[in-house]
Design a protein around this ligand. Structure first.
Ligand code: SAH
Length: 363
């Protein structure tokens, strides 16, 4: 059954559909995640064992430390000049930035040259970040536009999967947009709407699609990739985009909902479940290249972390600890890097201004 859990947002969405007709999946996702009053990121505490999902930085400090080491390496190898703008988009609980800053602090000269910026749309998560990062001077932003000029080191972990997608289905009358409407019982249901996919988008996707196949596109994601690339192109530096998704455009329905670490129906818990879709890394890379930036990868998260010394750092972290702690570290390493865990599905894309070969994307 769908649409059975009554939430404040469900009533609002049903009313909207009654007044205006079916809404696109993107509109539905946007309302569920970002409605100012009832949206998931505005009202819930999504992360950790008590939340709905766990992200890499919440699994282990090893993740953020290795990202921090990579950023430090960019500072040195690209000889980035003062002031460096360190930017995270979608910082969640602020854990990744905290771990990054602990590593950067090992080079006080870099820390002194670094201005820290968090791009976050959720007021409640901003509060959590403020608390977690109280030792540092931080500026918050709604988008990248007002961040001062300067070489930019930017990270976004599990941001893009949370951005709205449109879904199109190949029917005998061509690609039609999938929409959320109401069925005869006045429950939410997904059906085929009247919107079509432009022939240009179809050609760009270069797909071998068959009847019934679904194609997902995310203009919101591509727009953020463009603005990251623009910034890197103009100011120098590098960006890392880490997320789960696919390297090349492909058909498939990846729209999903998670609540308390279980998959649930995307229509069932409006505003109270996390809604995501897999990230199309090819589309992000193309958007970045269109701005003149260079895209590297994506490579698997496992390969990325192992190349940066995941095992060595884990050994160091576990040295002198109890067997219980060492076992936990081993489990965390496996979860982050094993091919059947986060090692392959999660990928890392790097954007740079010029044709350098950043490690470990050059191997
Ligand atoms: N990076 C964190 C959190 C991932 S969850 C981690 O790895 O743990 C997604 C984060 O992106 C949340 O902080 C959410 O509020 C934020 N977010 C969602 N849409 C956004 C947007 N358009 N711009 C900036 N942040 C956004």
């Amino acid at each position: 059954m769908t649409g059975t859990v009554t939430t404040p947002l469900l009533a609002k969405i049903k009313q909207h559909i009654a007044d205006h007709g079916p809404m696109t999946i993107a509109q539905y996702m946007n309302l569920c995640l970002s409605d100012p009053k009832h949206g998931y990121y505005m009202t819930q505490q999504p992360f950790g064992t008590k939340g709905d999902f766990t992200t890499a930085p919440e699994i282990s400090q090893l993740f953020g430390e290795l990202i921090g080491a990579w950023l430090l390496h960019q500072w040195i190898s690209q000889d980035l000049k003062d002031p460096i703008q360190l930017v995270e988009i979608g910082p969640g609980r602020g854990t990744l930035m905290k771990d990054i800053l602990r590593v950067i602090s090992l080079r006080p000269q870099m820390l002194a040259q670094t201005q820290i910026h968090l791009v976050e749309t959720s007021p409640s998560l901003r509060k959590v970040q403020k608390k977690q990062l109280k030792a540092y001077e931080i500026k918050w932003h709604d988008n990248l536009q007002n961040i001062p000029k300067g070489p930019t080191l930017l990270v976004a972990n599990e941001l893009f999967d949370a951005l709205p997608i449109h879904q199109y289905q190949l029917t005998d009358t061509g690609w039609r947009e999938r929409c959320v409407g109401l069925n005869d019982d006045q429950e939410l249901a997904i059906g085929i709407g009247s919107g079509t996919l432009s022939p240009v988008d179809v050609a760009k996707a270069n797909l071998q699609a068959k009847l019934g196949d679904t194609l997902e596109v995310s203009p919101a994601s591509n727009a953020i990739a463009s603005s990251i690339a623009q910034r890197i192109k103009e100011n120098g530096g590098a960006a890392l985009v880490i997320d789960y998704g696919y390297s090349k455009t492909a058909t498939g329905d990846s729209f999903q909902a998670m609540k308390s670490h279980e998959y649930v129906s995307v229509l069932e818990h409006c505003g109270e479940a996390d809604l995501t879709a897999h990230v199309n890394f090819q589309a992000l890379a193309n958007a970045a290249k269109a701005e003149g930036a260079h895209a590297h990868g994506p490579i698997g998260q496992g390969d990325f972390l192992l190349a940066l010394g995941l095992l060595e750092r884990a050994g160091q972290l576990g040295a002198g600890k109890s067997t219980l702690d060492q076992d936990q570290i081993r489990k965390d390493v496996e979860r982050l890097a094993a091919p059947d865990k986060m090692g392959t599905l999660f990928k890392v894309l790097c954007l740079t201004a010029s044709a350098i070969q950043p490690i470990p994307f050059n191997s």
